[in-house]
Design a protein around this ligand. Structure first.
Ligand code: HGY
Ligand code: MN
Ligand code: MN
Length: 406
């Protein structure tokens, strides 16, 4: 049997050549780099013996027919868009690993007792339009049509970007699968954290995916001359933002598994000698359970109201994403665990603090995830994100074993 590891690593490396920003990996939804990446995935899927199509939202969908025509479909996959200045394996591992496994099945002339669908989801990170998980939402019939109106920094809407890319927004409802046709959804993904690395383990079984919410906050104060306005008369939007950042950090340090991040913070058209009249920031608050997360959000919103009154600024908060905490199906966790044990690896269960396409399948079909160890302290959403060919190979063998024992 082929050595999957080097092949998987080479595929991830190859995809990283296409970026919106030379010198780093940024592959945002429907940019030229994104479309080149999709074309390469399609080519690999065809070469692996799959029937391939690119659907109305840009998902690259490869189907490896089972031994019996008309059987149900086991789905796998992950996203091929990236964050800005991201790593090569976030999302992409979960696409190229199944492609490598299917290529081996195809080489050996083997068929599974079910159809296997590998999906390269076109958009998960929400980088360009702040609308997340558009690829998997479409597949489970939960696409939000209002997302089509979201605009990027250049004022281009999602719908316009789709039409430019030769996609047909009106065909999105047709992307949705029927529950009765689907067996389950399995996602292989890097851990994006240090747990497996610290435990000296190559893979782990995900117990559940943290619920998260995202907000965009706009603070409107009073722009003024930096030299003439006395401090006590100011309505400084950036100073108000700074208080929010520190409050989020403090409040989200209260409970295990609760995290809060202000990932975007900007003074649009700011100038050194002008008191900021406008400041924009983002909130990303997550927890392993929804109640903990929602309590933290409620406290942050109360603090924002009080702070606005105290500082004489206007603060508008728009929720742009809300995803519940999602459990992984025990029967599928057990399948992954048995395959890991058969590979002679200690079985470790762990939660996912990161969100994933798999969470959209909650309520649609059973879902589960296999985590693969990250190097460099587990860093991710960073060009230092790394993994090894050995772990990639082992994860591929475990994934194949799980398919064989499904
Ligand atoms: O933000 C997340 O958790 C994922 O990487 N999109
Ligand atoms: Mn990510
Ligand atoms: Mn990801």
């Amino acid at each position: 049997m082929t050595d999957f590891g080097p092949k998987i690593m080479a595929m991830a490396e190859h995809l990283a050549q296409w970026s919106d920003v030379p010198g780093s990996l940024t592959c945002a939804y429907l940019t030229p780099a994104h479309r080149q990446t999709a074309a390469q995935l399609r080519e690999w899927m065809v070469a692996a013996g799959m029937d391939v199509k690119i659907d109305a939202v840009g998902n690259v969908v490869g189907r490896y027919a089972g031994a019996r025509p008309g059987g149900k479909t086991l789905m796998t996959g992950s996203h091929y868009d990236t964050v800005r200045n991201g790593g090569k394996y976030d999302g992409r591992l979960g696409i190229v690993l199944p492609i490598a496994v299917i290529a081996e099945l195809n080489r050996a002339g083997r068929r599974l007792p079910f159809d296997l669908e590998v999906i390269g989801f076109a958009e998960e990170e929400g980088v360009r339009f702040s609308a997340t998980l558009m690829g998997s939402r479409a597949v489970v019939g939960r696409f939000d049509p209002t997302a089509l109106g979201r605009r990027d920094a250049n004022g281009i809407s999602v719908a316009e970007a789709m039409l430019d890319a030769g996609l047909d927004p009106s065909a999105i409802p047709g992307v949705a699968r029927r529950r009765e046709d689907v067996l389950a959804f399995l996602e292989v993904h890097i851990e994006q954290g240090p747990v497996l690395l610290d435990a000296g383990l190559p893979v782990g079984v995900v117990t559940g995916i943290a619920g998260s919410t995202r907000h965009l906050v706009t603070i409107t104060g009073t722009a003024g001359h930096a030299g003439t306005v006395p401090m006590q008369l100011r309505h400084d939007a950036a100073a108000a933002a700074a208080e929010i950042v520190l409050y989020v950090e403090k409040r989200c340090s209260f409970a295990p598994g609760l995290v809060g991040t202000v990932g975007k913070l900007a003074v649009p058209q700011g100038a050194i000698n002008v008191i900021p009249g406008i400041c924009e920031l983002s909130l990303d608050i997550r927890a392993g359970d929804d109640a903990t997360r929602d309590l933290a959000i409620a406290d942050v919103l109360v603090e924002i109201d009080q702070l606005a009154a105290r500082r004489g600024v206007k603060i508008e908060v728009a929720e742009v994403m809300r995803g519940p905490a999602v459990p992984c199906a025990p029967r599928l966790q057990a399948l992954f665990a048995a395959s890991i044990a058969r590979a002679g690896v200690p079985v470790r269960h762990l939660p996912s603090g990161a969100g994933h396409d798999a969470m959209l399948f909650d309520g649609f079909c059973d879902l589960a995830m296999l985590f693969v160890r990250c190097g460099n302290g587990g860093i991710s959403h960073n060009p230092l994100e790394t993994m090894t060919a050995g772990d990639a190979d082992l994860a591929a063998r475990i994934f194949l074993d799980t398919l064989e024992h499904y």
